[in-house]
Write a protein that binds this ligand. Structure first.
Ligand code: SF4
Length: 247
């Protein structure tokens, strides 16, 4: 598998759990606010075998509850994810998948194999090609339909599904846009998180790097919009306060 890095212990990637976070290299999206821009090229990162992860898991094995499979887009490396998930299962750990939702076929296989306990899916925009185009750096084609299908599969299989939208200035901070997203996903997810764009790190779009992140008050306002559009559990996530339930 090609990895961009591993964080040995995190308490913020899956709240309530201590997780080892595995960052798979390579992504098929080009989100302007991406903070892992260095992991977008398919040949980024380095190739490692199962022993590498086994050793990392062994080091912290008494403290970990779970692993979080992240990226980049991990679903571009189905065999790599399988390997990471099986190692986690050997150690009795739970697995959460972070994904952009573009590979429902792989999600379905992994769920059928009993390798994933929770899915956190980025919903970048309302689920149409026009709204998704800025996040692909060009034509979005059937990607929004694939994202919807991923959510449907999670629902059919009864796996816990968190939908997330990063709120970034000028890109995804309009109440009408959040309302449209909420209407698209309200029947498909258990909870929705509006996360604050963060201009720290290696942001893909230089213009965004110089912009101020939305305030907590702005996120609370948008959470209210999502709730009124019919989503039951709405949270915000900010750099300072972490995850907070709003509705
Ligand atoms: S933020 Fe977008 S471009 Fe960056 S890793 Fe996630 S899906 Fe890929």
């Amino acid at each position: 598998m090609r990895l961009g890095g591993v964080v040995d212990m995190s308490t913020i990637d899956w709240y309530g759990n201590v997780s080892l976070v595995v960052f798979f290299a390579g992504c098929n999206f080009r989100c302007p606010y991406c903070q892992n821009a260095g992991l977008i090229p398919l040949d980024s990162g380095e190739t490692v075998g199962p022993e590498y992860l086994r050793k990392r898991l062994e080091t912290e094995k008494n403290l970990l509850d779970s692993i979080v499979v992240s990226g980049g887009e991990p679903l571009l490396q189905p065999e790599g994810i399988r390997m990471a998930c099986r190692l986690a299962r050997e150690k009795g750990l739970k697995v959460m998948l972070n994904t952009n939702g573009s590979r429902p076929d792989v999600v379905e296989e992994l769920l059928n194999e009993g390798l994933i306990d929770r899915v956190a899916l980025d919903v970048k925009a309302p689920l149409t090609p026009e709204f998704y185009a800025p996040f692909l750096g060009g034509e979005a084609g059937n990607i929004p339909a694939m994202v919807k299908r991923t959510m449907e599969i999670c629902r059919e299989q009864g796996v816990e599904l968190e939908a997330r939208t990063t709120v970034a200035p000028g890109l995804s901070d309009e109440p009408g846009l959040i309302k449209a997203i909420a209407e698209d996903i309200r029947d498909l997810c258990d909870l929705y998180v509006l996360q604050q764009f963060d201009n720290m790190g290696e942001v893909l779009c230089p213009d965004l790097k110089s912009k101020t992140p939305p305030t907590k008050e702005k996120l609370i306002e948008l959470a209210g919009v999502a709730s009124e559009a019919g989503i039951k559990n709405v949270y915000i996530k900010t750099r300072i306060s972490g995850l907070e339930r709003i509705r």
